[in-house]
Write a protein that binds this ligand. Structure first.
Ligand code: NAD
Ligand code: TDX
Length: 350
């Protein structure tokens, strides 16, 4: 039996990961290490909260003393590091938390692993969950590979790039056993309604404007969240130590096409008038430093570990729209006063 610390397990991807893996692996003990920021939602964990092999530790990863105590109390074998400030627009309005959690928090975890595992590294692993945004922006051609030069544009992506460098440096300098995955845009159930897809689904349902940055020409490579979670688990179990694997959906879409498809799916699901919903689209001031295009070459992961995404964008998006239609209580739980303040701050004068 292994003890696996899953940082950020109350967020979008971490909660999907725990919901998939905790029931499937009763032989492992999963400890969710989460500060429970605005992005966390304990309702996401209700299906596994009472399982014997699951526990929640409310810990800030940037708090050295709390992390040291957590390691002493739980004696982990594996750390899967999801915890981060993850929203690019928030990093533009307030970058400080991104440096604190993503850079300093990762440093604190790495140091805790180094000290706690000193002299007994066999079977230990630090798996770092990162993003394709560290590579910057693509032009109209080409794909990000594991060899692409780092060139981050936003405070968020710069903080993630810094954390990737720290992980590799702890590997080279201190021999810390690590693996790294860099993934493209995720979507699916449990995603906080600040990211493109849930914002557009909920605003369409409520007949609110659909704010499209710039001309909607930016391209993202969308991957269903469970496919990302399966990729991480595959790398954790079968990937080579010290290696990086890119994870992507091979599914490039312009933002405007994503929004159009969401509007159609909501119209189909609710019987609403399609033209009325289409008229909600508005083009607003662009995001500063907005990367034009992301697209991932995940052939290394496919070739070496046999991973392929199961969901198509069409099937995954339909599932996602249905999930938001059926989960009012979850949506109400995240739309607090702080959420309304965020909407006013980000979209107010665009
Ligand atoms: P999220 O914002 O939904 O969740 C982040 C979680 O981390 C929350 O539960 C939050 O409470 C927790 N957290 C934040 N600061 C913390 C701290 N100081 N200590 C402990 N916990 C803290 O993020 P997400 O979309 O689930 O992303 C998870 C990871 O995957 C991130 O590292 C992100 O960079 C990476 N990633 C995300 C995407 C995507 O499309 N969402 C794509 C590629 C990589
Ligand atoms: O209201 C919006 N209107 C809009 O046009 C929002 C919220 C976004 N957009 C655009 C900006 C991007 O081109 O949609 C695209 C997707 O935006 P986000 O959902 O904010 O994602 P992105 O900035 O691409 O970053 C995401 O993918 C990589 C995650 O937030 C990161 O955590 C991940 O690392």
């Amino acid at each position: 039996m292994s003890t696996i610390l899953v940082t950020g397990g109350a967020g979008f991807i971490g909660a999907n990961f725990l919901r998939l893996l905790v029931p499937r692996h009763p032989e492992h003990r999963f400890v969710n290490v989460d500060k429970l920021t605005y992005a966390a939602n304990l309702a996401s964990l209700a299906p596994i909260a009472e399982r014997d092999n699951y526990a929640l530790a409310r810990v800030d990863i940037a708090d050295e003393a709390a992390v040291a105590k957590l390691f002493a109390d739980t004696d982990p074998d594996v750390v899967i590091h999801f915890a981060a400030e993850s929203h690019v627009d928030r990093s533009i309005l307030g970058p400080g938390e991104f440096v604190r959690t993503n850079v300093h928090g990762t440093f604190v975890l790495l140091e805790a692993c180094r000290k706690h595992w000193a002299g007994r590294l066999d079977g230990k692993l630090f798996h770092h969950v990162s993003t394709d945004e560290v590579y910057g922006s693509l032009g109209p051609e080409g794909l990000f590979t594991e060899e692409t030069r780092y060139d981050p544009s936003s405070p968020y992506s710069a903080s993630k790039a810094a954390s990737d460098h720290l992980v590799r440096a702890w590997g080279r300098t201190f021999g810390l056993p690590f693996k790294l995955t860099n993934c493209s845009n995720n979507y699916g159930p449990l995603q906080f309604p600040e990211k493109l897809i849930p914002v557009m689904i909920l605003n369409t349902l409520e007949r609110k404007p659909l704010p499209i940055y710039g001309k909607g020409e930016n391209v993202r490579d969308w991957l269903y969240v469970e496919d990302h979670c399966e990729a991480i688990w595959r790398v954790v179990n079968e990937g080579a130590l010290g290696e990086t694997y890119n994870v992507g959906g091979n599914n490039e879409m312009k933002n405007i096409d994503v929004v159009d498809r969401i509007v159609e799916l909501v119209a189909e699901a609710t019987g609403a008038d399609l033209e009325e919903l289409r008229a909600l689209k508005v083009f607003v001031t662009d995001r500063p430093g907005h990367d034009l295009r992301y697209a991932i070459d995940s052939s290394k992961l496919q070739r070496e570990l046999g991973w392929t995404p199961r969901e198509t964008f069409e099937s995954g998006l339909a599932k996602t729209v249905r999930w938001y239609l059926e989960n009012d209580a979850w949506i109400d739980a995240v739309r607090t006063g702080a959420y309304r303040d965020w909407i006013a701050a980000n979209y107010g004068d665009r």
